[in-house]
Structure formats: C-alpha cells, structure tokens
Design a protein. Structure first.
Lengths: 333, 418
C-alpha cells in the first residue's frame, strides 16, 4: 500500500515544474532565514553573546513596520507608493531597533563580558520576557489580538504581491521573489560592509581577537555597541519583511517562531561565521521547502518541516559540532 | 569505639537535617496557617498576598522539575536547555498509561508504578541524548539539547496516537478516579490526588480537602526526591560534578572520567524531571505540548533556578514559589485572590473609575499594566538577579553563612561553629 504511494509521490516530486517550485520556495525561505540569522551571527562572532532576545527584536520590528504601514497606507494608496512606504518602514525600523539594541548593550550586556557565556544567555533570555510582555501590553492596549497575525499590516502589501503568477507551468509568487531580492540585497550589503569598509575590517579583526584589536588602539567596546546595534537593526528589518508574509505575519509568537530557526541556521553554519550563516540559511530553506512539499502532497504529519529543521541542527552537531564553517574553539566555555 | 563513631555519624547527620526539618514543618503547617489567616480579620489581605493551595501544589511539582534542571545545569555547568523533554516524557507517559495506550500496562496500573517507569524511560532518553550531547560543551551543548527537545515537541504535537487532537495534548479519560500516591497495591496506604477527583481526609478534628491532601502527597514525593538528590550532591559523586563545573580538565587530570559522570548526572536529573512531569499530569489530569515539552518550560525552570539560586539544590523551589506567588497575585482571572479582586472589593468605585490620563481610568490602567503581565515583572527581577545577585536567593544566603545552610546550622548546633 505504502510503496506505490511513495513511488507516485517521488515521481511527482522529481517533475521539473515541482522542482522549480520547491527551489523558488526554498530560496525565498532561505532569504528569510538569512535575514533573521545575520544579526545573530554578527553579534555572536564579535561579542560572543548568543542573543536570546533576537527573536523578540524581530517581532518588535514586525509590529513597528506594520504600524508605519498601517498609518501611511490607505485603501487608495497605489502599489508604488506602498513599496515606497515599505522602504521608509525598513529605514525607520532599522534606526529604531539599532537604537534599542545599542541601549541594551551599553546598559546591560556590557556588565557581563567577564562572566561565563551562560550568563549572557540568561540575561538575554530575561530580556525576551520583558520585551515580549511590554509588546503584549502595547498591542492589547491598542485593541489588537496579540496571538493572531496582524491582518491590517498583511493587507498593506501591494495588490500584485497578494496574487501568484503562472509562468511556463510554474507558480511564482511576486512576494517570494521580492523576499529573495531583499534577502540578497541585505546579505550583499552586510558582506560589502564587512569586507570593503574600514569599520568592517575592525569588526572582523575584533571577531578574530578582540584583545589584540584593543591593543592596536581601537576602542573595541564602541565597536561592540555598534555591532549589537547593527545586529538588532537587522533583526528589525527581517521583521518588517515578515509582516507582509502570510505564513509569518506580525504576532507575539513570531518571537519564538523566528528565534528557533535563527539558532538552527547560526549553529549549523558555525557560530559567528558570515559565510556559514548564508550557506546554512540556503540549506535550511531548501530542507524546509522540500519538507513542506512532502507534507502537502504525501505525508500527513503537519510538523514535518519543523521537525526536519531541528533534525538538521542535531545531525550537524553530532557529525560536525563546530558547524559547516565554524572553528572548533568558538563557543566552548 | 566503632559504635561511638557510628553514633557520631548519626548525630551529625541529624544535625545537618535540622534546617530541612524546619522547612518541612513550616510547609506542613502552611495549609492550616492559610486556612486560619484567610478566615481571620485580615482574610482579604491574606488571600490577596498568599499563594493558595492549588498554586502551592504547582510550586511543588514544578519546583522539583526546576531542581532536577539545576541538578545538571547548576552543578556540572552544562546548561540543559532541552530539559523539558524529560518533564514532557513523564507527563505524557502517565497520561498515556492511564488511557491504556502503553502496551503491557493497563489503565489500572498504579500511579506510583507508572511514575517510576516514566522516570526510567527518561533515564533511557537521557542516556541517548547525553551520549551525543556531552561530546560538546558550552553554547553547543545548550543548543543540541534544545534541538532534540524541539524535535520531540514538534513530534508529540503531531502524533495522533496521543489523542485525536495532539496539538491540544491529551487528557486522562481511561482513569476516572484520582491517581493514588502511596504504597502500590495496598489500598489502605493510598490517597488520591487532584483538585476535583482526589480524596478528602478526616482525622479526629482535622479535615483536609482534596487540594490539601494533594498538597501533602505531592509534597511528600517531592521531599523524597529532594533528599535523594541532596544525598547525591553531598556524596563523592556530587563532588566530582562540581569539579567538572569548576575545571573539567583538572577533574580529568586527577583521574575522573568526566563523560561518565556527566552522563550519570544527566540520567539522574532526567529521572526526577520525569517524576515532576508525572506529578504534574497526575494532578492536572491532562497535558499539552505547550506546557510540557516546549522550550519555554525549560525557560521557566531556568527562571526559578536563577532567582532561587543556581547551583543550590533547594533554591529552585523557592524561586518557583516566588514566581507562582507573583503570577497568582497579578493573575487576570483573580482565582485564589489577587490584586484585582482585592481592589475591586475594597477600593471605592470612584477611585477605580478616576481618569488618570486621556480617558484611561485607574481600573483600566491596572488591567493594562499589571494583571496577567506577571512575566514582565518576573523578567525584570530575573535580569536584576542575573546582573547583581548571581547567586540567587539561597546562594547569597549561603555565601553569607559560608557554606550550605544545612551544614552550617548543623555545625553551629554541634557547637563547633566559629
């Protein structure tokens, strides 16, 4: 009974149009995973802090971005104006969350650099409780459902993104393409910043050896603050993107929904390596897309994609504990 | 001569447990104290501030889970961020046994037996998970345990063997009477737990309601588990655990094999976490993925451990007491008394309806910023503790006293205190 069904499903899966669909879906998921994990990996690489509050920052970014969109966009607003508003929201949220992140680093996280890494996990875990609960208070105060997706914000995307187009036997959703493009731009931007600017050089030097960098006359503590702010800002713009996505949407559980995959991506790639994070995001995105297809077409187990993502984490840690591109010593205590 | 030293040992042992006796006595008297004070002239205030009996039962079983988390994380320094897998295993196992879904075990299997079996199942899982995880350390160890427990969480959420709607968990349906705690197969030495289906007890002039009986029974199991863990911590085995936390290379150089000790400690901690989960499911008579297997359940244990004292075995229980008391005080429903019902009953309506700012009344402000938002204040306390009180409540007291409290008091009573 099972075998012919499986063979049938395999045959369907390996049809060219299915493969292209899954591939595009995987790319768009990878773009999202890269965006939610990039900030986390930058912060870990330099500061050695595994930021549990990262998902909460993404969630706050989604709400703030949604707020800007809902305020700016009316039902009569055209598609181009909506896109312009979106980019304004990106800039606004990046600035707001970078400021919040900077404050958190200076006020709280700085106290803990001398303690074992476990304490930074503890502190940032405490921060998620505070940030989540404050957001819950704000959201319920304005009469929104904290757990359900924010429909008003979902409705502010341009009309053409809400539909899907059929090109040569393949269903393409403009939103997915937009996500891929934005993800690519952000990854490229961070990469250029790290490799082509003097500040990026300082960050890379600090990740390599912060004491040596400080000895060369660079104010490493200020670099720490800047990188934490940058990481928080990146978390925020990932949230702005997710606010438009039907699968995610702005809601309180978004904090945990993004934190866990971000951890998986960062650890699978190798803690603190930029290249590893991008590759791992692609890997996890593809696994997710493939498993989503299998769930929708052949396997009746709803948790399949999620379970496979965590299995990728477990298997990676068993086979190659330092991650794909990681160095063995990083992250040990 | 041998007799002499033997008696010395007993005396010292007894002295070192004086603190435990005092705490147990205080907890044992609490139901009577609560009953008396809530019916006295300050009854309304006491109901508002003090945790009710049902909350105290939760303090016990979750406190045990937090202790087991602390047993591995606080004493060996390996942060077990997926500890909820053991709690969930215990809870689900008990429910599934009672629904007759576990082969060879009927729905009538005594609760105590299924508790122990749940613990043993958790030991097996701990050995499997530990054998791959303990090759890693630091952040990686925390992440691999988190990963495994999330796999289990997603799995149990979608496994329709558990119940017809696994997303919402499973309830006890095959075991209409309360779960018995006592000596298995001896009816007269058993009492049932549960707020609704548990036993009541009348002895002479004392009458105990179902929740009070559950309080004593669950408390008794937790006490026994605590004493076993406490014994292990103060044994040579426990010393090696602390040595691993302080300096693993040195512990290895001295000749101990850290891997074995870590694995054994993990198994012990998994066992008691499953017992805690079983007690939880036995008392509540249902279990859901979100309140058993989810990683935030581990987070709650972490909160209790840090506030109570990381690396002190009893600390997490006090941490949980603080946590639950604050949650009850700020609860939205106001069950068991809390801030909101108290204010509604005792503050004139005019004050509650007074406008503070922009149409926001006092009552609405309390509703918006306080009720149901205990997490916020617990988070703030938690962050303050991480930053400024890294030892937690018990750890700080221990630091002042210069050693574990039970030992210090024991020594003082023995007359050789400084």
């Amino acid at each position: 009974m099972i075998l012919p069904l499986l063979a049938d499903a395999l045959g369907q899966f390996f049809r060219p149009d299915t493969l292209v669909n899954v591939f595009v879906d995987g790319l768009s998921k990878a773009a999202i995973y890269a965006m939610i994990a990039l900030g986390l990996t930058l912060v870990f690489g330099l500061l050695g802090v595994l930021n549990f509050a990262h998902g909460s920052l993404t969630m706050i970014g989604a709400y703030l971005g949604g707020l800007v969109m809902v305020l700016v966009v009316g039902s009569a607003t055209g598609d181009v104006a909506r896109l312009a508003a979106f980019f304004f929201a990106l800039v606004f949220v990046f600035a707001a969350l970078a400021a919040l992140g900077g404050l958190m680093e200076v006020g709280l996280i700085r106290e803990l650099y001398d303690r074992p890494p476990v304490y930074q996990i503890l502190l940032t875990f405490g921060l998620t409780l505070i940030l989540d609960e404050l957001t819950r208070i704000a959201v319920t105060f304005y009469g929104l459902q904290p757990v359900a997706k924010w429909q008003d914000a979902l409705g502010t995307k341009p009309a053409f993104m809400a539909t899907s187009v059929h090109v040569g036997g393949v269903d393409l959703s403009p939103l997915s393409l937009f996500e891929i493009a934005l993800g690519a731009v952000v990854v490229l931007g961070v990469w250029l910043f790290l490799t082509r600017t003097r500040y990026g050089l300082v960050i890379r030097a600090g990740s390599e050896d912060d004491e040596m960098t400080a000895a060369l006359g660079i104010d490493v503590h200020r670099v720490f603050t800047v990188v934490f702010a940058l990481g928080s800002g990146l978390a925020g713009i990932a949230g702005v993107l997710l606010m438009w996505d039907q699968v995610w949407g702005a809601s309180l559980p978004l904090a945990q929904q993004t934190l866990l995959p971000a951890f998986v991506v960062v650890i699978v790639g190798g803690l603190g390596t930029f290249r590893g994070t991008v590759v791992a995001a692609l890997l996890v995105g593809m696994v997710d897309a493939t498993m989503t297809w299998w769930f929708q077409n052949a396997v009746s187990f709803a948790g399949l994609p999620q379970m496979m993502i965590f299995l990728v984490l477990v298997v990676t840690l068993v086979v190659r504990p330092q991650g794909l591109f990681g160095i063995a010593e990083v992250g040990d205590h | 001569m041998a007799d002499e030293t033997g008696r010395d040992w007993v005396r010292q042992y007894a002295r070192e447990h004086v603190v435990h006796l005092v705490v147990v006595a205080l907890l044992g008297l609490y139901p009577f104290f609560y009953d008396a004070i809530t019916h006295s002239i300050v009854g309304a205030e006491a109901t508002t501030v003090l945790p009710q009996m049902e909350t105290m039962v939760a303090v016990f079983y979750f406190g045990l889970f937090a202790m087991s988390f602390d047993f591995i994380s606080g004493y060996t320094g390996y942060l077990s961020f997926g500890h909820a897998i053991f709690y969930g295993t215990g809870a689900y196992f008990v429910v599934l046994v009672s629904n007759g879904k576990i082969p060879l075990l009927g729905a009538g299997t005594p609760f105590m037996v299924s508790l122990v079996l749940a613990g043993l199942l958790a030991v097996v899982i701990a050995l499997l998970v530990g054998s791959i995880s303990f090759r890693l350390s630091g952040v990686y160890f925390a992440m691999i345990t988190l990963g495994v427990s999330q796999v289990a969480y997603v799995f149990i959420r979608g496994w329709d063997f558990v119940s017809s709607n696994p997303k919402d968990g499973a309830a006890v349906v095959g075991h209409p009477t309360g779960f018995n705690i006592g000596v298995p197969w001896v009816d007269s030495l058993n009492l049932a737990i549960g707020p609704l289906v548990g036993d009541e007890l009348s002895l002479a002039w004392i009458h105990l309601g179902t929740t009070q009986v559950s309080y004593y029974l669950v408390g008794l199991v937790v006490l026994a588990c605590y004493l076993v863990m406490q014994r292990l911590i103060h044994s040579p085995f426990g010393k090696v655990m602390v040595a691993i936390r302080e300096n693993e290379e040195r512990a290895e150089a001295v000749g101990y094999e850290p891997y074995r000790y870590k694995l054994a400690a993990f198994a012990v901690s998994g066992f008691f976490a499953a017992i805690a989960g079983g007690l939880f499911a036995g008392f509540r008579r249902s279990v859901a993925p979100e309140n058993s297997m989810y990683f935030l359940v581990t987070g709650d244990a972490l909160l209790s451990s840090i506030i109570g004292g990381f690396g002190t075995l009893a600390g997490p229980l006090y941490g949980r007491l603080f946590d639950e008391t604050l949650r009850e005080f700020l609860s939205k429903e106001g069950a068991g008394g809390g801030l909101l019902p108290y204010l509604q009953g005792h503050v004139p309506g005019g004050v509650m309806d007074a406008v503070i700012y922009n149409g926001l009344t006092v009552g609405e402000a309390i509703n918006t910023f306080l009720n149901g938002h205990a997490s916020l204040y617990i988070g703030v306390v938690f962050v303050v503790f991480v930053l400024y009180v890294p030892g937690g409540l018990l750890g700080t007291i221990r630091g002042r006293a210069g050693g574990p409290l039970a030992k210090r008091v024991g020594r003082l009573l023995g007359g050789d205190g400084e």
